[in-house]
Design a protein around this ligand. Structure first.
Ligand SMILES: C[S@@+](CC[C@H](N)C(=O)[O-])C[C@H]1O[C@@H](n2cnc3c(N)ncnc32)[C@H](O)[C@@H]1O
Length: 294
């Protein structure tokens, strides 16, 4: 078994941009690796971009691997009943980041998925990521309507294959589709199904497809990318925690410097002195209130 095929520089790369919401973040190492290996020639299309964690990971992969892939992100940027509606600032932020970093090969199509169909040529998509509404009916519709757009080396990714709550139904679609085609299904980070739809997959993917044929090989691929995903997620959680601490420290500093804090200084000093005196007057049970501490 050729284990070295997994441990590439791309799989270990650091994501340039991570934002809320974070359920996709754990799949970024695999996304980087897949782009490096599959090297999509024509286009990459994402159905459902929201704040851009998955999409900008794909764009970063395209850029860092020197690929010529044309990238399209399709979304109304209004949200749906599962992702909940969100504000206009999300689209503004995605647009400005896209223009700044990937504007020469990436376009944002702000419309419903069906409205974008006439804009995408048939048999042109090498990599399709389906991450819109996750009901069975919606995910099936998205897959079926974009099927004719897939190239003969196409790979389709489905997010949320592991979510079985409420009306999520990608898992059911996944069970049906994966029975017919070569595939891989990550169970971490809400699940990511990887379906090798095109009949002529890139020769560079042959070792992976071979590995997936044995239970041992499949488990190794899943474990490897799950662990890398955990590292990326943990780093992100740490960074968020550090930011929160910094904000809290800044806030405390601002309070200390504020006019009212300085004005009430004598009161706090008096309170401390009172706190020291009181225990000797009573049975020693009285403790100075935290309000009077500096
Ligand atoms: C789960 S979020 C996408 C998450 C994103 N891929 C990430 O990495 O965080 C789903 C997005 O799909 C969009 N959406 C759902 N159904 C849609 C449709 N039919 N047409 C356009 N956008 C749609 C929503 O606006 C929402 O932003």
């Amino acid at each position: 078994m050729n284990n070295c095929l997994l441990t590439t520089a791309a799989s270990l790369a650091t994501p340039a941009r991570l934002v809320e919401p974070g359920p996709w973040i754990g799949h970024i190492p695999f996304a980087f690796w897949l782009l490096e290996q599959a090297r999509p020639q024509r286009s990459l299309v994402e159905l459902g971009t929201h704040s851009g964690n998955s999409y900008f990971a794909f764009c970063q992969g395209v850029l860092e691997n020197g690929l010529t892939t044309r990238c399209y992100a399709i979304d109304t940027w209004e949200g749906d009943h599962q992702s909940k509606s969100y504000g206009e600032e999300v689209y503004q932020s995605v647009t400005s980041y896209n223009n700044q970093h990937y504007g020469n090969f990436s376009s944002l199509l702000r419309m419903r998925f069906d409205e974008a169909l006439p804009l995408i040529p048939d048999r042109s998509i090498d990599l399709l990521h389906i991450d819109g509404l996750h009901t069975y009916e919606a995910a099936r519709h998205d897959f079926e309507s974009f099927r004719q757009k897939l190239s003969d080396s196409a790979i389709v990714l489905f997010h949320d294959t592991a979510v079985r709550e409420k009306d999520f139904g990608v898992w059911r679609l996944w069970e049906e589709l994966s029975a017919q085609l070569p595939h891989l299904n990550f169970t971490h980070s809400s699940g990511l199904g990887v379906l090798f739809v095109g009949k002529s997959q890139a020769p560079s993917l042959e070792p992976l497809l071979e590995m997936l044929q044995s239970r041992q090989g499949r488990d190794l691929v899943m474990q490897y990318f799950e662990r890398l995903g955990q590292v990326v997620e943990l780093k992100w959680q740490n960074a968020k925690l550090a930011q929160r601490l910094q904000r809290r420290e800044r806030h405390i500093e601002e309070v200390r410097r504020s006019f009212s804090w300085r004005l009430t200084g004598p009161l706090r000093i008096a309170g401390r002195q009172l706190g020291r005196l009181l225990p000797s007057w009573t049975s020693g049970k009285v403790v100075a209130s935290p309000l009077f501490r500096d």
